[in-house]
Design a protein around this ligand. Structure first.
Ligand code: ADP
Ligand code: MG
Length: 452
């Protein structure tokens, strides 16, 4: 696939990043790739700007082939990757304005300019967290202290944290927004360099502390100790503390009890995965932010595929847009399906299936209606179909035996056990069963994209 001149290296790189973040662990992606930019693309050489020599070396050694493979799927089959350290660009006239690498962040994390309340889409799953965040941003130290926000990966915790930071900064509050990881590193290097006093003064003097991913310090005794004192000093003087975590305080078993109980002093709110309507609204917002019009059915398609990680949702949108651009076509349902095909099979093997989807696929494979399958028919085919449905539910969902029985027309758990044993016993010697299972798996795959 040839590259389109109108696509900047940065746009191609963003599409590649969208895919890379699906393939790498989150810390890995964040540490090594999040701050990279697509600098130039010329003569089959793609130059990626990285923040420091260390990152260049790491990527060169460990991720080159994956990165090249990903870029090749978006550009040319023999493109070569070069990592280049910040500022030393030999192809500076190629660099688009947005591709200029920002200087390394100061000790505390800079606020992401996109993470503001205006761009945060409200939905059922985040309503409480958003409202609480707005409240503490407007009345720091007065209402809930600390505010503790927890939830799964990619659900908007960091976004809310920074949004609070923006408002506080605008009110001239001296804010530190940092991750627990960064806090730890900073503390350890203060220990090493024997300037813990400076470290303590820095944190004591601030007006608000926003600390991301606190789970990171759990079990790190000295850091916990240091954080405990910081917390107390700030809390005693009514300075606002906001903490995010991947789980609620009481589930942080490695954490000292005194910190765990303090975390729950104020308000603890969770962020739940977005429902379909929220996912769709988020996609609309993201497309609008990029100044793009993406057809409604394409957005619906993406929203229906990606369940509970908004970062991945965004990644899918980026990929569809880049793919359509490279093919010089408007993003249609068909292009979207193709753009996301690979990711689909990787991200959602056949897991995450619901009984309804399985029942539908099995009935189609046997040319039965749903009612036939759930009803009282006793012919050989229907019985086998029912048994296969039970077997697949057992294998692909975590429903209990009795729940599976209920789903299949209120049958009892013993019937499900019998079905699973029967299918397992005949998998090897009965080619018909194997063929049917293959066929159903085929029906489940495309289905799992749209019907969830
Ligand atoms: P977390 O910190 O919970 O892992 P992030 O705050 O980093 O998640 O969010 C991941 C991505 O999803 C970010 O780009 C963020 O802007 C976006 N995002 C999350 N929630 C929302 C939302 N409600 N509205 C708009 N964008 C969101
Ligand atoms: Mg985060």
């Amino acid at each position: 696939m040839g590259v389109i001149p109108s696509l900047t290296p940065q746009e191609i790189w963003e599409a590649a990043l969208g895919e890379l973040q699906l393939q790498l662990s989150r810390p890995n992606f964040r540490t090594w790739l999040a701050k990279t930019v697509g600098m130039s693309y010329q003569d089959k050489t793609f130059v990626i700007g990285v923040p420091n020599a260390f990152a260049a070396e790491y990527l060169e050694k460990n991720q080159r082939s994956l990165i090249e493979k990903t870029l090749r799927s978006l550009t040319e089959p023999d493109v070569r990757v070069v990592f280049q350290v910040n500022g030393r660009s030999h192809a500076s006239d190629e660099v688009s304005p947005e591709a200029v690498i920002p200087p390394p962040p100061p000790v505390f994390m800079r606020l992401n300019p996109n993470y503001v309340f205006d761009t945060f889409v409200e939905g059922e799953g985040n309503r409480l967290a958003r409202a609480a965040a707005i409240t503490v941003a407007k009345h720091p130290g007065q209402v809930y202290n600390p505010l503790f926000i927890y939830g799964g990966v990619g659900l908007g915790k960091t976004h809310l944290l920074h949004a609070i930071g923006h408002i506080a900064c605008a009110s001239h509050i001296n804010v530190i927004c940092t991750s627990a990881e960064q806090f730890t590193n900073e503390f350890l290097s203060a220990l090493r360099e024997r300037n813990t006093e400076e470290f303590r003064n820095k944190y004591r003097s601030i007006g608000m502390l926003l600390i991301d991913d606190i789970q990171f310090i759990a079990g790190k005794e000295q850091t916990e100790e240091s954080f405990f004192h910081t917390f107390n000093e700030l809390h005693n003087t009514n300075r606002q503390i906001v903490i995010t975590s991947d789980c609620p305080p009481q589930a942080m078993h490695l954490l000292q009890e005194r910190l765990r109980s303090r975390f729950a002093w104020g308000l603890t709110v969770s962020i739940e995965p977005p429902d379909y309507a929220t996912r769709l609204a988020i996609l609309h917002t993201k497309a609008a932010q990029k100044g793009l019009t993406v057809p409604q059915d394409v957005l619906e398609f993406i929203a229906s595929r990606e369940q509970d990680n908004i970062r991945l949702l965004e990644g899918s949108l980026n990929r569809v847009i880049a793919y359509a651009k490279l093919l010089r076509v408007a993003p249609t349902l068909e292009t979207a399906a193709r753009a996301l095909e690979d990711i689909g099979s990787r991200e959602h093997p056949t897991t995450d299936l619901t009984p309804a989807v399985i029942i539908d696929a099995v009935s189609r494979s046997f040319n039965l209606t749903r009612d036939d399958l759930l009803g009282r028919r006793r012919d050989k085919d229907t019985i086998l179909a029912r048994q296969l449905a039970m077997y697949l539910m057992r294998r692909e969902t975590n429903y209990s035996l009795s729940r599976i029985g209920q789903e299949l027309g209120n049958r009892d758990a013993a019937a499900v056990t019998h079905a699973c044993k029967h299918i397992t016993a005949h998998l090897q010697d009965n080619p018909f069963i194997r063929r049917k299972l293959d066929e159903i798996a085929g029906l489940l795959r495309p289905k799992s994209h749209v019907a969830r």
